[in-house]
Write a protein that binds this ligand. Structure first.
Ligand SMILES: C[S@@+](CC[C@H](N)C(=O)[O-])C[C@H]1O[C@@H](n2cnc3c(N)ncnc32)[C@H](O)[C@@H]1O
Length: 288
């Protein structure tokens, strides 16, 4: 029996989802063509954005109108486009709060893998492994710098939570699967007593080294290249960070990694894990 007060069932959401793949691609095109950067200087018409970026008026007007529709831009009566508070804060590439790095990987690295989903569902087999050095290095050396802003504020919160700035004694941090080094960098910035051991594959540890150097923290770090399964983690660390690594290691390797990490800690040490987690039903939140 139908409930007389419930809203009528419509196919609206299905039509929206039918083209939902377009949204990150539109954001990527706007980021790659510096639309948000140019509009950060002030409101502009499509022609002015075209002149400033070199992209076509036809292409820009398509994506900029959609960006108004999905509320990353606004448009006034004179046809001038402006940033919204959200795009102004998170999509201007020159700002430290920029979060568009992940989106830059949509067309080249992320979507091509999702295109095999029909087959993956049929077979239950992953399309590829990012936990193998041969294939993972190529992916991660491009990826890790762009995801730095995702974890930097969270890593700063971790430093505050651990009250590292109050420590008068040396603090040894083990940054596992360090990537850009974001976890070790934020912890090292919180106290001059923090020393970091960063571990990642040889191809990626070079990226870690470069990022750490940009922050002027090279003398506070030691860099260890190797696979997490084989690398020597040392011992007596007070904090170990596992930033966005367990999800790609799988259950068995994650258990072994946690056990090895625990053994590398000083008594009373802390293991800090960052992941996009889901609820117990595994139905949300969506980014998990
Ligand atoms: C998603 S990134 C996370 C990087 C960083 N921890 C962060 O939170 O931004 C995963 C990192 O783990 C590294 N990695 C993945 N599997 C690894 C393994 N088996 N051994 C060593 N490093 C590995 C990758 O090179 C990459 O830097």
């Amino acid at each position: 029996m139908t409930n007389s007060v419930s809203a009528p069932v419509t196919p609206e959401r299905i039509y929206q989802f039918a083209f939902a793949y377009a949204m990150p691609l539109v954001l990527e095109a706007a980021i790659r063509h510096s639309v948000f950067d140019v509009l950060d200087e002030g409101p502009k018409s499509v022609a002015e954005v075209s002149q400033a970026t070199g992209a076509s008026v036809r292409g820009l007007s398509s994506i900029m109108n959609l960006l108004v529709g999905i509320e990353f831009l606004s448009k006034d009566r004179a046809g001038k486009y402006s940033l919204t508070p959200e795009s102004s804060t998170f999509l201007v590439s020159t700002k430290p709060s920029f979060q568009g790095g992940l989106i830059r990987h949509t067309s080249e690295h992320l979507l091509p893998k999702w295109l095999s989903l029909n087959e993956v569902v049929a077979t239950g087999r992953a399309v590829g492994s990012v936990n193998q050095q041969s294939t993972g290095t190529d992916f991660f050396e491009k990826f890790v710098v762009d995801i730095f802003p995702l974890s930097y504020p969270v890593a700063q919160e971790l430093a505050a939570h651990l009250k590292l700035n109050a420590s008068a004694a040396p603090v040894s941090v083990l940054d596992l699967a360090a990537g850009s080094g974001v976890w070790g960098i934020a912890l090292a910035q919180s106290s001059p007593h923090v020393r970091v051991t960063a571990v990642d594959w040889p191809g990626v540890i070079t990226v870690t080294r470069n990022t750490v150097a940009r922050f002027g923290l090279t003398d506070r770090f030691s860099f260890h290249s190797g696979d997490l399964q084989l690398a020597d983690f040392g011992s007596g660390h007070h904090v170990a960070t596992l930033g966005h690594i367990l999800h790609s290691e799988g259950i068995d390797r994650s258990k072994a990694l946690l056990s090895k990490t625990f053994s590398a800690l000083a008594p009373g040490g802390t293991v800090a894990i960052a992941e996009f987690l889901v609820n117990a039903d595994r139905t949300g939140p969506l980014n998990g």
